[in-house]
Design a protein around this ligand. Structure first.
Ligand SMILES: *Cc1c(COP(=O)(O)O)cnc(C)c1O
Length: 231
């Protein structure tokens, strides 16, 4: 695909996804502006990110710190109102870089990481927004705190680490009904007074919005299919 047809499809994809978000929100009696589209931009290069920003996209999510560091500092400097979220797992030795680059971390799932993030936020004078990732489908290969341990982690993050826990995040099971995961995440959030719900990807963001998502993380429906992951 040449550069021009590439940017045309990006435009059409963004229009389509924004339209579907607005429709789903209206259908469930919600304000379309209450749903934030997080463009999941792993493997997408800086030129296409620039296009997406030019088309009005403001919130982006990356999975890997290293890739984020390669692509985003210059773009963020040129576009200070862009908001960058970390969607992928976080290791303690990357916390310093993560806090420096990301405005929100959606993948906090254990106390050790929460403590390290809190320490770096203090050191760098940053107040990174925190989402707790919950393994709603209990799949052993998946990150996230188990549902029964989520409340405890939220309380510890708030009361001992003084972190700004704004939301919960989940990645639903691949086969089966994702609404089970979405509903469980919503119940935990309601129980703990957590406002935001990051749930729904390209295949299920409409259903996620119907289940109360405030943030949907959409990658391939905007940027096209990804090449197989290359380490
Ligand atoms: C890649 C990714 C997404 C987006 O996935 P698509 O199916 O391409 O929309 C959302 N959330 C996380 C955590 C991801 O890694």
């Amino acid at each position: 695909m040449n550069a021009e047809s590439n940017s045309v499809s990006l435009r059409l994809n963004l229009i389509r996804v924004r339209g579907a978000i607005a429709e789903a929100a209206q259908r469930s009696g919600r304000d379309p502006d209450a749903v934030t589209l997080v463009a999941a931009s792993k493997t997408v290069d800086a030129v296409r990110l620039q296009h997406a920003i030019g088309l009005g996209q403001r919130v982006f999510g990356e999975n890997r710190i290293q890739e984020g560091i390669q692509k985003w500092p210059a773009l963020k400097e040129a576009h200070p109102n862009v908001e960058l979220h970390l969607l992928g797992p976080l290791q303690t030795n990357k916390v310093r870089d993560a806090v420096a680059l990301f405005d929100a971390i959606q993948s906090v799932d254990r106390i050790g990481i929460a403590q390290a993030v809190a320490k770096e936020c203090d050191r760098q004078g940053r107040c990174t927004k925190i989402y707790i990732q919950v393994n709603t489908s209990r799949e052993p290969q998946k990150s996230g705190v188990l549902p029964e341990d989520a409340a405890g982690l939220i309380v510890t993050c708030r009361e001992q680490c003084f972190l700004d826990v704004v939301g919960l995040m989940c990645i639903p099971r691949v086969d089966g009904d994702p609404c089970k995961d979405f509903q469980l995440l919503r119940e935990i959030a309601t129980g703990e007074g957590v406002e935001l719900l990051s749930m729904g990807m390209s295949g299920d963001y409409v259903r996620a919005i119907e289940c109360g998502a405030t943030h949907v993380r959409v990658g391939s429906a905007i940027f096209g299919a990804r090449l197989p992951f290359q380490p």
